[in-house]
Design a protein around this ligand. Structure first.
Ligand code: PLP
Length: 333
């Protein structure tokens, strides 16, 4: 597996730290819990999309693009990191924002990530939930071409095989950190949404020669849909990176029982998890992804499903900028 064969632009501060959370471990009376700090990738308040964008933007520049087109929810962390990367690289950024959440508050519509998108000067276009975004992005691309520009489309979450290369890199980085810190890790836990993080991680870990189990906690789709999505992308990514067949179907597990009423809709267990990590470890997680994934991990520990594990690692995918958009829905005591 050679990541150096792909065009890549340095955007992230790497390697991100791998740190223990002793007060959380003690509080839960469970295994040692480490956190992989991909909230500290450094671009515009950080997050997991920055690793992916190193490869997506690398390909865009190689193809001579001058305009990036992408899509996400109004509070998309992916859009925020893409808008920032486009600024850093001197590219224009066309954003298709999907109104995916029911009854959004004024803060949801104007603060958090979307405020930062506006600060970065991205051109925001708004669409209804359920729009055919492949078609809509193709329309924007022809508009750009007609105006004399050269568009490059990054799919939602940068979750194609090119973007997932960023998480192949993260998987390899983790294996190296486990060996440097002499850590015997029993399980990795991550949020899983548009699938590139989970898929890339699986390819990096398996392709790097480790059988370490990875638990994805879903944030939008049902389990069978999510697992198929991750597995398909993992296979494409493994083929691209020259490690075909490295990931098996049963390597991919997504528990989708922590979504609550829907994508981006707050849950009690997310609220509890966000406050617990803030107050025990001084760490900020987000309401849409990492907070729900944490709620899943906490429930697994409390219900004994991690009793076999001495050490687990939670991949912190970032997203704290989204907290501000949920200020009036979070319960703070
Ligand atoms: C996008 C995102 C995820 C999910 O990653 P995918 O690659 O889309 O599955 C998790 N956490 C945060 C904070 C995100 O922004």
């Amino acid at each position: 597996m050679q990541l150096s064969q792909f065009p890549r632009i340095a955007l992230a501060h790497l390697p991100t730290p791998l740190e223990p959370m002793p007060r959380l471990s003690e509080h839960l009376g469970g295994p040692q819990i480490y956190v992989k700090r991909d909230d500290c990738t450094g671009l515009a308040t950080g997050g997991n999309k920055t690793r992916k964008l190193e490869f997506s933007m690398g390909e865009a520049l190689q193809e001579g693009a001058d305009t990036i087109i992408t899509v996400g929810a109004v509070q998309s962390n992916h859009v925020r990191q893409t808008a920032a990367a486009a600024c850093k690289l001197g590219l224009k950024c066309e954003v298709l924002l999907e109104h995916r959440v029911q009854h959004p508050s004024d803060l949801y519509k104007n603060s958090g990530n979307v405020l930062l998108d506006r600060i970065f000067g991205a051109n925001l276009r708004e669409y209804d939930k359920g729009t055919d975004f492949d078609a809509a992005m193709a329309d924007v691309a022809s508009e750009v071409t007609t105006a004399g520009g050269t568009p490059y489309i990054i799919p939602g979450g940068a979750s194609n095989a090119v973007g997932a290369l960023g998480y192949v890199g993260c998987g390899l980085e983790l294996l190296q950190q486990f060996s440097e810190q002499a850590l015997a890790v029993d399980h990795i836990v991550t949020a899983t949404g548009s699938a590139g993080t989970h898929a890339g991680l699986a390819v990096g870990i398996r392709g790097g020669g480790s059988k370490l189990p990875i638990l994805g906690i879903g944030v939008n789709a049902a389990q069978d849909v999510q697992e198929e999505r991750v597995y398909k992308l993992a296979c494409e990514t493994a083929d691209l990176v020259g490690a075909p067949g490295s990931v098996a179907r049963d390597d991919i597990i997504a528990d989708c029982n922590y979504i609550g009423p829907g994508y981006g809709e707050p849950t009690e267990s997310m609220n509890e998890a966000v406050l617990m990590l803030a107050r025990l470890e001084g760490l900020l997680f987000d309401p849409v992804y990492s907070g729900k994934a944490l709620a899943g991990m906490i429930d697994y520990i409390r219900s004994g499903r991690f009793d076999h594990a001495k050490t687990i690692v939670f991949l912190h995918t970032g997203g704290a900028a989204g907290l501000f958009a949920y200020a009036d829905t979070l319960k703070l005591d």
